[in-house]
Design a protein around this ligand. Structure first.
Ligand SMILES: Nc1nc2c(ncn2[C@@H]2O[C@H](COP(=O)(O)OP(=O)(O)OP(=O)(O)O)[C@@H](O)[C@H]2O)c(=O)[nH]1
Ligand SMILES: [Mg+2]
Length: 213
């Protein structure tokens, strides 16, 4: 089963809305930076992983969701996140920041290591309950994103698609971009780490995922 959003999307209003966007009193803490499965946390808490091309904005998205600017390390230099980073959220679950793919200038040996590490995590991690596949709203699906999407489906991994950096687009271009993303059968969640668009909706989707496990 997939946690891709249906076209209509959930509609939550009133107090439940505030509940689904808990950044104000959220406890978010860095726990581990792992280069191999031996150093993954062993608590067994459910995990949400953030995946996407290098520099797409995964770490910024984690910071926006938690309301902590410096929690995950961000950089305009691609390939900055090179290990799997675990953040414990409210003592209830983990956000997992994965190294980005598609960074052609990294040494071949590094690329192979990252690929193995990511694949091993996605394939074997029993506590992984949902993947957030992050796209640049301006670029939409690129070949490696589609490869990952198919891989997740083949391995029956739940995922939702987030289209980030929407602040960099005119509304008309954004609508066009979102339509193109929908052609692959998913409802993308528009997001911006710069202005907070989509933070609430992403929390709603993640909260539902945790509740319906
Ligand atoms: N305008 C704008 N810039 C963003 C947004 N999200 C990320 N950025 C910028 O994009 C660059 C990359 O962001 P990161 O969050 O480090 O990207 P990443 O996917 O974690 O990158 P790697 O760890 O290298 O794979 C940084 O300069 C961010 O400030 C966004 O929503 N809007
Ligand atoms: Mg990063």
């Amino acid at each position: 089963m997939c946690c891709r959003w249906r076209r209509s999307g959930p509609r939550i209003s009133g107090p439940r809305q505030a509940q689904a966007c808990p950044t104000h009193d959220l406890k978010a803490e860095f726990v581990a930076s792992s280069g191999s499965p031996q150093s993954f946390p062993s608590e067994g808490l459910p995990e949400i992983a953030f995946l996407g091309r290098s520099n797409v904005g995964k770490s910024s998205l984690i910071n926006a969701l938690t309301g902590r600017k410096g929690l995950a390390f961000t950089s305009s230099t691609p390939g900055r996140t090179q290990t799997i980073n675990f953040y414990r959220i409210d003592g209830t679950w983990y956000f997992v920041d994965l190294p980005g793919y598609g960074y052609a200038r990294a040494p071949a040996a590094h690329l192979e290591n990252w690929k193995q590490l990511i694949e091993q995590y996605l394939k074997e991690r029993e506590t992984l309950i949902c993947c957030c596949l992050i796209l640049d709203a301006r670029r939409g699906w690129m070949d490696k994103d589609l490869d990952l999407k198919r891989w997740l489906e083949h391995h029956s991994r739940q995922y939702l698609v987030i289209a980030t950096k929407t602040d960099k687009m005119k509304q008309s271009d954004l609508e066009h971009g979102l339509r193109a993303i929908r052609k692959e059968g998913v409802e993308p969640l528009p997001f911006s780490a710069a202005n907070g668009r989509g933070v609430r909706e992403t929390w709603q989707a993640l909260t539902r995922t945790l509740q319906t496990r």
